[in-house]
Design a protein around this ligand. Structure first.
Ligand code: S3P
Length: 436
């Protein structure tokens, strides 16, 4: 909360063509699978942000060579089970993905690792990975299920069959990463589909992984100790970063913005579907595949949006996009209701409380419930603006309220712009370019 405050004021339309940085989820996984493979992994389009740097630094501290080579990043893999105990605690910064996925990777290796994090991450629950990874034989010491936490990996991990009690790609991925160095077949069952980047990338690296639908659930089976081979990975643009520019272009008068190379994985595409249903003019062009993931170019034009009741079944496919959806809803015609969003209370901040307070401060009509928000939109009239609104060490609150500032009368001040570096360090520059 000690970074620079910043004010985002209304201005001209967003125009031209931009690209957003690499996908955060895929970037973490590319580094971790590269580290676990035999041979070299070359990654293009890796997100260079604070969260991904935390993963890279942690892997380096466990013996992995990771270097930039021109525009690419190159990882010299140690093979599954090849990590070494680091000499000092590993700082995960703000990154829940680093903390939970690396816990999985370490859980089946004969090493011990202490993970620490910033004030936001140190409040987030780790019990959800401690539980399945303990069953696999890892040992954990933590402060009430939160960081700091020490993970001692199992010398011979045990394969488990695990039904996810929460819809969480991080928990699924932690178990699958632990399974890589576990003899036998580990099974993960998810009743709500979450992002499947881990499964896709494991297959591309040669893992013996099968997945399919059984009794209405997705069942993933991974045969451990079968080895990964280094790959070339192309990281698509992050749809969760594109989301801020999509909503900004929909809201700001006269905007016509093209965003190139956006990840279109169906397990991430919920926001696009909702915004189009609300009346957003979003054209999807040049659909193609890059590095095992679907991508496309998006053309977004300013539109009149209508409020909507959001089906909670869509939540996993847009879990990181609710803060910016709430901004769109605050300027739509009519009422938007969301439910089933309890998970938002344990993200980088309590995103229901943070967005209800921030939008209320700048003049939006918002009601907070235990598991969602109800928002009465202005029908397109600008919000009053104001602030400073607290960003609570949460990059997505910071960027959502920045976008709200563009659609306000007086502008919106956020108390701390530094969390933006977590996922989208070039956000402010890109915004300035689209309005130049
Ligand atoms: C992520 C999964 C989601 C998401 C997070 C990234 C991932 O978290 O919110 O930003 O890379 O697996 P949960 O697994 O907690 O839903």
């Amino acid at each position: 909360m000690n970074g620079p405050s910043r004010t985002f004021t209304p201005g001209g339309p967003l125009r031209g063509t931009i690209a957003v940085p690499g996908d955060k989820s895929i970037s973490h996984r590319a580094l971790m699978l590269g580290a676990s493979a035999l041979g070299e992994t070359r990654i293009s389009g890796l997100l260079e942000s604070d969260d991904v740097r935390a993963t890279a630094a942690a892997l380096r501290a466990m013996g992995v060579a990771i270097e930039r080579d021109g525009a690419d990043w190159v990882v010299q893999g140690l093979g599954t089970g090849g990590l070494m105990s680091p000499r000092a605690p590993l700082d995960m910064g703000n990154s829940g993905t680093s903390a939970r996925l690396l816990s999985g990777l370490v859980a089946s290796q004969d090493i011990a690792v202490t993970l620490t994090g910033d004030a936001s991450l140190s409040r987030r629950p780790m019990g959800r990975v401690i539980e399945p990874l303990s069953r696999m034989g890892a040992e954990f010491r933590s402060r009430d299920g939160c960081l700091p936490m020490t993970v001692t990996g199992a010398k011979r991990a045990i394969p488990i069959a695990y039904r996810l009690p929460v819809a969480s790609a991080q928990v699924k991925s932690a178990v699958l990463l632990a399974a890589l160095n576990t003899a036998g077949t580990t099974t993960v069952i998810e009743s709500e589909t979450t992002r499947d980047h881990t499964e896709r990338m494991l297959q591309a690296f040669g893992a013996k992984l099968e997945s399919g639908a059984e009794d209405g659930a997705k069942v993933i089976r991974l045969k451990g100790e079968s080895g990964l081979r280094g790959q070339n990975v192309m990281v698509p643009g992050d749809p969760s970063s594109a989301a801020f520019f999509i909503v900004a272009a929909l809201l700001v008068e006269g905007s016509d913005l093209t965003i190139r190379n956006v990840g279109m994985n169906p397990s991430r595409a919920g926001l696009l579907a909702i915004l189009r249903e609300m009346g957003g003019a979003i054209e999807i062009a040049a659909e193609r595949e890059a590095g095992g993931e679907p991508v496309a170019d998006l053309r977004v034009r300013q539109s009149t949006l209508a409020g909507l009741d959001i089906d909670p079944a869509l939540a996993p496919s847009m879990i990181d996009e609710f803060p910016i959806l709430f901004v769109a809803a605050a300027l739509a015609e009519g009422t938007t209701r969301t439910t089933g969003l309890g998970e938002l209370r344990v993200k980088e901040s309590d995103r229901l409380a943070a967005m209800a307070a921030a939008l209320g401060t700048i003049g939006a009509q918002v009601e907070e419930h235990s598991d969602g928000l109800t928002i009465h939109g202005t029908g397109g009239a600008p919000l009053a603006g104001g602030g400073p609104v607290p960003t609570r060490l949460d990059h997505r609150i910071a960027m959502s309220m920045a976008v709200a500032g563009l659609a306000s009368t007086r502008g919106v001040t956020i108390d701390d712009a530094s969390p933006i570096g977590t996922s989208f360090p070039t956000f402010i520059d890109t915004l300035e370019r689209t309005r130049a």
